[in-house]
Design a protein around this ligand. Structure first.
Ligand SMILES: Cc1cc2nc3c(=O)[nH]c(=O)nc-3n(C[C@H](O)[C@H](O)[C@H](O)COP(=O)(O)OP(=O)(O)OC[C@H]3O[C@@H](n4cnc5c(N)ncnc54)[C@H](O)[C@@H]3O)c2cc1C
Length: 504
């Protein structure tokens, strides 16, 4: 029997979309190119891309009853900023390791930003309204967005409007000055994107990240007990419990069209599978240009999909270690927390300066964590590392990247280099090739003002509906973007269900 819906890709968003459709009584088949579900999350052939999940949106976890499928979170992760001096510990608004005045300034700023992020947070699980050709429902949705900002009160609203398009460099320098604490916050504002701390719009990116945190205080990561695999396992169980199936090793090479609407997909190898509804967890460009084909869409939509900004700038490095290191000021338990090695904002900005000219930074900014086990590993996200390196990705440039990361680590954790017994590198170009993800981009497309909300992935396609009836985008390229939140998948499935009901 044919399924009611096909989901292309078993990334966490594809699985969330499938589980939501399944809960609504649709029979769903998820087709994943890789030999395992999870996409960028979890272990893929010796490579983990997303090492520290932001934490699934709590409403999604609750509604899908993921606790029944074994999902439990540990304590929210502490961020530990490592610089030249003693480590700085950040737990939401609480900071230790800085002077009292800086701690107080940070606490006040965190409270303010958390309130403002809360206003944005109300938009995360909603379809953005249409600006052009919208109806009464779109006007109401737009009004609600305005209202949630208005409800902040006059002072906070004015402050939000003042800072929202500005840069995190000015904000943090004004409020508490540069240093490891500002460096860690600027990492939150820039990690995954092609913007440095001085780029306009980085305050908005920081607010979004704070709004999207799934567990703990705004700004904290949450690791599932059992690691990323436990989250993937719970999502697969939720799909199966609602009668759906996940098929791996199934590369979709074409979305099939008939009578101006989607009819199903064709797999590499020629097998055709029919369904009246198809959701794509693939990148927007890949979905439209490669899988659907430009002949099936308007020339303007094809152009927008082709020109959308999607240059990935984060590389993943996994170092296998002979033993866990001893790091001054850290306990062995601290090694499993989120460690940020970006001693100040200037370091991050300087790394970005090199990357925007498609060069490797001499000193990348790092987010990392130790993964216990035999042998233990150190998982590192290094930014800014351009996908399209000017000199090309040769053995020499890969070696240079690994050496620069190790040099930065060595300053923060003396002796670590001597414990490294193996190195795995995934440049953004490797991630692009491995996962069919243009630019190897963290968010499936740059997360900046002209590619957010009603403009994500691009104007005219922001309601999850792709330009062909029955086709929806359910991955991070859709609102509200990347990180492990599940929100794009959830919203896309909700929109498809709503449209289906309206069509009856
Ligand atoms: C280097 C790096 C580090 C990151 N680290 C973190 C982190 O620590 N914490 C965090 O929260 N986020 C992190 N992210 C971001 C996060 O990984 C992504 O935002 C998130 O995985 C997007 O989820 P998704 O389900 O939308 O897409 P994906 O995880 O990309 O999944 C898409 C799936 O679709 C499949 N697919 C694509 N095309 C086809 C096809 N034609 N046929 C069949 N299947 C197909 C792919 O194989 C893949 O499994 C990181 C990203 C990068 C690049």
């Amino acid at each position: 029997m044919s399924p009611d819906a096909i989901v292309i890709g078993a990334g966490h968003n594809g699985l969330v979309a499938a589980a939501r459709l399944g809960q609504a009584g649709r029979k769903v088949l998820v087709l994943e190119a890789e030999d395992r579900p999870g996409g960028l999350l979890g272990e893929a052939g010796g490579l983990r891309v997303a090492a520290m999940p932001a934490g699934l949106n709590p409403e999604i976890s609750r509604t899908l009853a993921l606790h029944r499928h074994g999902l439990r979170y540990g304590k929210p992760m502490t961020t530990i900023a490592l610089g030249a001096g003693a480590p700085v510990r950040i737990d939401g608004g609480r900071v230790a390791g800085v002077d009292a005045a800086t701690a107080a300034a940070h606490a006040a700023l965190h409270r303010r930003l958390a309130r403002q992020a809360g206003a944005l947070g109300r938009m995360l699980l909603k379809t953005p309204p249409r600006l052009r050709d919208g109806g009464i429902a779109d006007l109401i949705a737009l009004g609600r967005m305005g209202l949630s900002v208005r409800m902040l009160g006059k002072a906070d609203m004015r402050d939000l409007l003042r800072i929202v398009l500005s840069n995190v460099w000015d904000l943090l320098n004004d409020e508490m000055g540069d240093g490891p604490l500002a460096g860690a916050l600027a990492m939150d504002a820039t990690l995954g994107g092609a913007m440095g701390p001085r780029s306009p719009g980085t305050v908005l990116a920081l607010l979004y990240r704070m709004a999207g945190q799934g567990a703990g205080a705004p700004g904290q990561r949450a690791m599932p007990q059992g690691g990323p695999e436990a989250l993937i396992g719970a999502l697969v169980k939720a799909v199966e419990a609602s009668g759906g199936a996940v098929r791996t090793g199934a590369l979709v090479e074409r979305i099939l069209l008939g009578d101006d609407r989607v009819e199903g997909v064709r797999l590499a190898g020629g097998e055709e599978l029919r369904a009246p509804l198809v959701l794509s967890n693939a990148h927007p460009r890949r979905t439209l240009v490669d899988l659907l084909g430009v002949a099936g869409i308007d020339a303007e939509d094809a152009r927008r999909a082709r020109v959308m900004a999607t240059e990935g700038m984060v590389a993943r490095l996994d170092f296998t270690l002979s033993a866990l290191p001893e790091v001054a000021g850290l306990t062995s338990a601290d090694l499993g927390e989120r460690l940020v090695v970006a001693p100040d904002m200037q370091v991050i900005e300087t790394a970005f300066n090199a990357a925007k000219y498609r060069e490797l930074p001499a000193r990348p900014a790092l987010e990392c964590t130790f993964v216990p086990g035999e042998p233990p590993r150190l998982s590192v996200s290094a930014q800014f590392v351009p996908c399209t390196l000017k000199a090309g990705w040769t053995k020499a440039s890969r070696d240079r990247l690994a050496a620069s990361v190790l040099a930065v680590l060595e300053e923060a954790m003396p002796g670590i280099g001597a414990r490294v017994t193996g190195t795995e590198i995934a440049t953004p170009a490797d991630i692009e090739a491995r996962f069919g993800l243009p630019g190897g981009h963290w968010h499936h497309g740059e997360f900046r003002v002209d590619q957010m909300l009603m403009l994500r992935p691009f104007g005219g396609a922001a309601q999850y509906r792709m330009p062909v009836a029955g086709l929806y985008l359910c991955g991070a390229g859709a609102h509200p973007g990347g990180d492990i939140s599940g929100a794009p998948g959830w919203n896309a499935a909700g929109q498809a269900l709503k449209d289906g009901r309206a069509a009856k």
